[in-house]
Every structure is written in C-alpha cells, then in structure tokens.
Design a protein around this ligand. Structure first.
Ligand code: ZN
Length: 141
C-alpha cells in the first residue's frame, strides 16, 4: 500500500464492498472496517457489507476537514459555510449526552444555519466564558 488516502476515484452512486472501497481510496480493508466503527455508514447489517460511494466520500472529506482545522473551544464547524464559525448572538445551548459530555448547539454567526459540536464536560467552564449557554440539562450531574 503506497500513496495516500483519496476519495477522488470513488463514484458517488456506486456501492462498494469493504475490499472494493479499500482499493478505491487507497487504504486497507482494516482501515475501512475501522471507519465503519467510527461512523462510516454501511447499507446493510450482514456480510458482505456494502458502502455507498457518496457516504465514503463524505466520510473522507469530513476527516480531512477535521484534521486540517481542529476546532477551538467556542467554535463550531458550519456545514453550510464549510468553515469553523462562532455562535450567533453569543448564545448556545448545551444538551448533555452522558456523564462525559454532550452536544453544543447554536446558530452560525455568518449564515445563521444550525451548527453543533461535541463538547467534553471538562470544557464546559471555558464555553461558559465565551457564550451565554442554556439547556435544560446543562449542568447535571
Ligand atoms: Zn454558516
């Protein structure tokens, strides 16, 4: 395996097996399986697993975006702007998922589309200093 992972040869409307997907993006089947565990959408629940080309492309693009531009505290990735953005009106709402953290939801300061980002509980005090944060379940437990 040489070269780097690329979605350039993936056809959006094709379905790929894990092996075919691996070959198309220049990765190993193990990598593709790891991606499915990390959220790459698989069409079916039994083998052979099939992956839709556009899901594969999106997953790789998202990964590149995240690697290139890590979000700082107070930033959201806006899907519409395709850029990290702050929250409009200095307001965000926090939705607790579990004891380790939750999701911060706000409106993009540029386009006012909804934006969200996963937030660790430990980072909440820092968010509090930037935004006025509401959310019914924001502080417990
Ligand atoms: Zn935006």
């Amino acid at each position: 395996m040489s070269g780097r992972i690329s979605a350039a040869r993936v056809k959006a409307h094709h379905t790929y097996t894990v092996e075919e997907a691996a070959e198309a993006v220049n990765a190993t089947p193990q990598t593709i399986r790891a991606w499915t565990n990390r959220g790459l959408h698989v069409l079916n629940e039994t083998r052979p697993f099939l992956i839709l080309g556009c899901a594969l492309k999106t997953f790789i693009d998202d990964m590149k975006v995240k690697r290139k531009r890590p979000l700082k505290i107070g930033q959201f990735y806006c899907m519409r702007c395709k850029d990290p953005r702050g929250a409009a009106f200095g307001m965000a709402s926090y939705h607790r998922k579990d004891t380790s953290g939750g999701v911060m939801v706000a409106f993009c300061e540029e386009c006012e589309g909804q934006v969200r980002v996963n937030v660790k509980k430990a980072d909440l005090p820092a968010w509090d200093e930037i935004y006025e944060i509401d959310g019914s379940d924001s502080r417990d437990p």
